[in-house]
Ligand binder design. Sequence first.
Ligand code: AMP
Length: 112
Amino acid sequence: MTDCLFCRIVRGEIPAAKVAETDECLAFRDIAPQAPVHVLIIPRKHFGSLDEVPDASVVGAMSMLAQQVARSEGIAAAGYRCVINTGAHGGQTVGHLHMHLLGGRAHGWPPG
Ligand code: AMP
């Protein structure tokens, strides 16, 4: 999608602090981190949200990259949280599917 913020990051038109990438996905640091480690995992292909994915493959690829980044960031042993905000009530603000990988501190439950 031409003017989608995260599509522009995928195309390299907007800079991002990349931490990992695969053929399908990109991982980069959130610009407003909410935890010591806050990485966004996105598919290169545009999906507006989780509600638009046709099958498990894209979220599977994102999850495996989250696992890899959690290990490389040194937060796997202590634990971490993966969040996919979806739609208005989910708190989604960027209309390109993304998974938040949050770690480096304990997270409370229930979320806000
Ligand atoms: P959400 O509210 O779930 O849609 O999350 C969108 C996330 O994207 C927020 O945590 C923002 O801080 C983050 N974000 C917005 N613009 C950028 C950017 N240019 N680079 C990195 N992260 C961004």
